[in-house]
Every structure is written in structure tokens, then in C-alpha cells.
Design a protein around this ligand. Structure first.
Ligand SMILES: Cc1ncc(COP(=O)(O)O)c(C=O)c1O
Length: 383
């Protein structure tokens, strides 16, 4: 019997309407930042709800960096960052000259351990940067209570969390500064892109972000412009914005599909010997950007490289999100070996399983049975 088609761990959903929208921007004669960007920002504001202003960027990395700059964070300051996240969350702190302070994460939530954050807060702390890992919201009540009592800013790295909700409220519809990513593997993509959501009352911050995203320029009423600060270039093109706008129409439906597929993973894995590695289940507010399982490779007589190769040979793509930052060459030198043990365990054991809206529940079943056979795990049944 021939093998079913290769199943990647993620794949963007790009429909004909999106291709048509791009073609129409290309034909319009205006392809860089223009009317599509403004409409995308307005539609994101309407989608998030709340009294918010949204400004889009070329990517979340640039947005996060300029947010820190806009908040005046720099040399001599500390920012608390989870030890389990993508490189960008910590790198932007270093890029503005501030010090990264790593907080450990929960083994199943993979979100910042807020007890550890409380112990790390000090006189130099200027901000906490939580990541809603895989789309599971951080405990927002505790996070903001902690930040308020310490008098520090919160910059939410919501790269994984567009469409996620905390107690029914969308992530980005409230909170201090919230940054989304629209990179190709995210729940909503503009191919590359990002967005910052801030309170509409904070017009000064919105203006600073506008300057910092485009050369420090400020438009004058007579059509000329002034330059107010040294700045880089992080604007989103209309081509990318037109893709994002089309995606936004489908986002909630896609997130429901993701949630349903995640529920099937639980059905197949909950009674398996692999169950201890399952992620936190969360509730309806989970955006399920990633589904990652902890696999103690050595216990199954293998290692990550052999496991990935074996899954690949069976037609299934898997990923690693992420190596723990304290175990990387850059950040490892300054972090004692015993620090952030949960993040390091996750970094050694994590396996990202396929999850994207076009997948079927049969695909989930196939991933789980392949997983069990590759690891030679005995199971009673996988539904
Ligand atoms: C947690 C996290 N933060 C930030 C980023 C950076 O996003 P972008 O690729 O849009 O710059 C990513 C991207 O994967 C991410 O996963």
C-alpha cells in the first residue's frame, strides 16, 4: 500500500480569495505601506475589541524591539523573560542594551512561573515579558497584579496567541502592550508581519511606535515631514496586509479547528504511556498554535535526531519549539547550570506534532499511531 502524503508539522491556509487579494494589490500600483495596512489595523482593532490602537509591523521581532525602545528601556534595566521561548523574546531585550533575566516555566503550561517572576523582581526590573506559549494565556490576573505591585510594565509576547482569550476576553483587547506575530507558521499569517496593541488612551505611545517603525518620520500638515528621532524601518507592505486581512476572516473558525484537533490528540494520548508529556489542556480560550509533547527520548532508547528521522521516514514532520534559552551558546554563559530546570527539561524533550487547520482527525490518529510505533510504545487502544 502506498504511503499517505507527507504531513508537515504546520502549513499555512492560503485560499484563492487571498491570492486574488494579493493580485489586486499588485495591480493597484501601490504595493508598500498604504491603504491595505490602514484597513488591516482597523480590522484588527475591531476584531480584538476593547479600546485599543493597533499598529502593524514587518515582524513581531521588530515590533517587540521598538516597543522596548518606546518604553525607554535600555542599558542598566532588566526585563524578565521566560527561559522557554523563541530567541526573539530575549534577543530584543539585548538589542536595546538591557539585561535579560530568565524566569522558569511550568512543565505542562510551558508558561512563565509567576512565583519565580515574583522572586526575580528587583530595583532594576522595568518590564515583564510573558509569552502565551502555544496559545495558552498566562494567568493574566496574577501577572498584572504582580506587575502593578512592582510598578513595572508588561510587554506581552503574544506571538502564538492571536484569537486566544482569557476569561472570555481576547488577548490584546486589554493589558499593557501586546505584540502578535503573523509569521508564516502562526494562526494568522501575513507571510511575515506583526502587530502591537496598546490602549487607545496612550496616544503618546502610539505616536512613538509610528516614528520608530519608519525612520523617525513625522508627517507635517503641508505634506512634508520632519525627522524626530533615529529609527530603523519596520513597516508592513500592502501586499502582506492584504494577506493578513483575508486570514482574519477565517481566524476564529481556524482556531476552533485547531482546538478540535488538539482534543483528538488528547483522546489518543491521554491513556498512553506518553501521557505525562502532554501539555496543559487549557480551556476554550486556548489558541492551540502548537501541540507539543515531552518525550524522554533516552527512556525509549533513542534521541531527538533518530526520532525525527524515524517520524520523517514515516511521512510525518515534527518540530522543536524550542531549545531552552539558558542552554544556548549566547545565553548559557551567564546562567548557572541548575537554573530554570523545567525550561531545560522541556528544551531537551519537546516534540512539536503536526497541527494546522487543514488537517483531519484521521491525520491526528495517524500521527499518534506512528509516534507509538516509532517509540515502540505499547498502547491498549488509540480510539
Ligand atoms: C514567542 C515568539 N516571539 C517572537 C517571535 C518573532 O516573531 P516574528 O517571526 O514575527 O518576528 C516568534 C516567532 O516565531 C515567537 O515564537
Amino acid at each position: 500500500m502506498s504511503q499517505p502524503p507527507f504531513l508537515p508539522f504546520t502549513r499555512p491556509s492560503i485560499d484563492d480569495a487571498t491570492i486574488e487579494a494579493v493580485a489586486s494589490v499588485l495591480r493597484s500600483g501601490w504595493v508598500t505601506s498604504g491603504p491595505e495596512v490602514r484597513r488591516f489595523e482597523e480590522e484588527l482593532e475591531a476584531y480584538l475589541g476593547g479600546e485599543r490602537r493597533v499598529r502593524v509591523f514587518a515582524h513581531a521581532t521588530g515590533a517587540l524591539e521598538e516597543v522596548l525602545r518606546a518604553l525607554g528601556i535600555g542599558p542598566g534595566d532588566e526585563v524578565i523573560v521566560p527561559a522557554m521561548t523563541f530567541a526573539a523574546t530575549a534577543n530584543v531585550v539585548r538589542r536595546v542594551g538591557a539585561r535579560v533575566v530568565f524566569a522558569d516555566v511550568g512543565l505542562s503550561t510551558r508558561n512563565m512561573d509567576l512565583d519565580h517572576v515574583a522572586r526575580l523582581l528587583g530595583p532594576r526590573t522595568r518590564a515583564i515579558m510573558p509569552v502565551h506559549f502555544a496559545g495558552l494565556p498566562v494567568d493574566m490576573d496574577r501577572l498584572y497584579a504582580l506587575a502593578r505591585s512592582a510598578g513595572v510594565r508588561v510587554v506581552e509576547d503574544a506571538a502564538h496567541a492571536i484569537g486566544a482569550r482569557w476569561h472570555g476576553q481576547r488577548i490584546g483587547s486589554f493589558g499593557d502592550v501586546v505584540v502578535f506575530s503573523f509569521h508564516a507558521n502562526k494562526n494568522l499569517t501575513s507571510i511575515e508581519g506583526g502587530a502591537v496593541s496598546v490602549s487607545s488612551a496612550d496616544t503618546a505611545l502610539v505616536e512613538r511606535l509610528e516614528r520608530l517603525r519608519f525612520h523617525g518620520l513625522c508627517k507635517e500638515p503641508d505634506g512634508s515631514y520632519d525627522i524626530e528621532c533615529v529609527a530603523s524601518k519596520h513597516n508592513m507592505s500592502d501586499v502582506c496586509a492584504s494577506i493578513g486581512r483575508q486570514q482574519l476572516r477565517h481566524l476564529d473558525r481556524w482556531n476552533t479547528l485547531r482546538r478540535n484537533l488538539a482534543a483528538h490528540y488528547f483522546t489518543h494520548l491521554e491513556s498512553s504511556p506518553l501521557a505525562p508529556g502532554l501539555p496543559e489542556r487549557g480551556d476554550e480560550g486556548h489558541a492551540w498554535h502548537l501541540f507539543s509533547l515531552l518525550v524522554p527520548f533516552a527512556q525509549y532508547g533513542t534521541d531527538r535526531a533518530r526520532f525525527h528521522a524515524a517520524m520523517h521516514a514515516q511521512g510525518i514532520g515534527v518540530g522543536t519549539h524550542y531549545p531552552a534559552l539558558p542552554d544556548t551558546t549566547l545565553y548559557g554563559v551567564e546562567i548557572p547550570a541548575g537554573d530554570c530546570p523545567n525550561a531545560r527539561t522541556i528544551g531537551r524533550q519537546t516534540v512539536t506534532l503536526p497541527l494546522f487547520p487543514a488537517m483531519t482527525v484521521q491525520d491526528v490518529k495517524r500521527v499518534c499511531s506512528t509516534l507509538h510505533s516509532v517509540l515502540r510504545v505499547r498502547t491498549t487502544a488509540t480510539a
